[in-house]
Design a protein around this ligand. Structure first.
Ligand SMILES: [Zn+2]
Length: 221
């Protein structure tokens, strides 16, 4: 890893942090963002206001959490970020305190599949039980939830979304927040119906057949 590549990664983590704040998924110093580059992880420092984050607010550690560069201590949720990289092939993590996800955690035990796009996150999302931020208990429970999905809802706390790039992790966080909003809107009127296994299976077959989500060039004339 060259110094230039590290500088670039730190700048990208800062840009993703600002975008997370711009989209209203975090307030003040809440939330954190990281990206893995080989054996190193660039992540937001503790106490940083994400809306105004710069590369100087991003710290670099190794996969065991040992400090490698940057002037500030890493986020208190370091354990979740490192655990994701140890346990999965994800290379980016976004943690938010987004409104609809927190609201949903007050009234539901899970987010059933409300829209077919939820399959991108792995389907139904069970709630991670409450534990104080930064604790081993919260880290273990969150990593357990992420074993089968690309996102998790933390009761009375927020969300964690992972991806194979910072853009994908951010997109997953935004998608999760939208799904929670849809669920809550429906739940305010009546008990929401979740998608059936038959419908989900049909969506998966169609996605495989057509390469859903990929751009495709037009056929040559
Ligand atoms: Zn948090």
């Amino acid at each position: 890893m060259t110094g230039h590549e590290l500088d670039l990664a730190r700048a990208e983590v800062a840009a993703t942090s600002r975008e997370l704040a711009r989209q209203g998924l975090v307030l003040g110093t809440a939330g954190n963002v990281s990206v893995r580059m080989g054996d190193l992880v660039a992540l937001t420092a503790t106490g940083v206001t994400l809306a105004t984050a710069t590369a100087d607010d991003v710290t670099v550690v190794d996969l065991d959490g040992r400090h490698r560069s940057g002037l500030l201590q890493p986020t208190s949720e370091l354990g979740i970020h490192l655990g994701v990289y140890r346990d999965s092939d994800a290379t980016a993590v976004v943690h938010a305190h987004s409104e609809a996800a927190v609201a949903l955690s007050l009234v539901a035990d899970e987010l059933p599949v409300v829209h077919y796009q939820q399959l991108l996150l792995g389907g139904k999302l069970a709630l991670v039980p409450f534990a104080p931020f930064g604790t081993e208990e919260l880290t273990t429970a969150t990593l357990d939830a992420l074993r089968h999905t690309r996102a998790a809802i933390l009761a009375h706390h927020g969300t964690v979304a992972v991806g194979s790039s910072l853009t994908q992790a951010l997109d997953n966080a935004v998608l999760l927040e939208w799904l929670c909003r849809v669920y809550l809107k429906a739940a305010s009127v009546a008990t929401p119906r979740s998608m059936t296994e038959t419908h989900l299976q049909a969506v998966i077959e169609e996605a495989v057949r057509t390469g859903y989500g990929q751009t495709r060039p037009v056929d040559p004339e």
